[in-house]
Structure formats: C-alpha cells, structure tokens
Design a protein. Structure first.
Length: 99
C-alpha cells in the first residue's frame, strides 16, 4: 500500500502580492515534486500593464527562482523542488491556464 503524496507548503511572509498570484502558487505547492513555494519582494516596473505571467528565471540551491509580472509590478518567487527548469515552467504554465 502506498502512502499519499505529501504536498509542499506555501510560505506567506509578505502582506502584499501581485493580484491572482496566490491561487496559482497554492496549486503549485500541491503538486508532486514541490517542497516549498516562497513569494519574495514586490517592486514596481515601467512598461505597459500585462496579465499575470510567471516564468522560471535562474536556478537556486535546491530549486529555482521565478518572476511573476502583472499590471506594472514584478514579484520574485522561490521554489524548492526536484523538478528541472523546463518541467517547472510547463507545470506553472498549466496551472496558470486554470486561473
């Protein structure tokens, strides 16, 4: 008999987040291979407003850093995972479409 898949956790350590980001990150934390999802700093950026877009940017120890952009804001997201960058990006893209 196999044990149920343990889900990862979403660390909510900031009071502000890009609108629509937390539901996507909550679903991401529930996926196999994801241990921890931590939203980071939020900053304003120049440029035209765009709908929420999350992309994997650079590897970090034990996972990957991602960048979420929407409506003139950008937010870092740190993910501890066993997935490689390509697998993580596919997973995030699939979860975003459900939003």
């Amino acid at each position: 008999m196999s044990s149920p898949q343990k889900s990862g956790r979403l660390v909510l350590n900031h009071s502000t987040h890009i609108p629509g980001l937390i539901p996507v990150l909550t679903r991401l934390a529930d996926q196999p291979g994801i241990q921890t999802v931590t939203p980071g700093r939020l900053a304003r950026v120049k440029g035209r407003p765009v709908p929420l877009k999350i992309r994997v940017t650079v590897p970090i120890t034990g996972g990957h850093k991602m960048q979420a952009r929407s409506k003139g804001s950008v937010q870092e997201v740190f993910v501890v995972t066993s997935l490689n960058a390509k697998e993580l990006q596919k997973l995030v893209d699939r979860l975003q479409k459900k939003n």
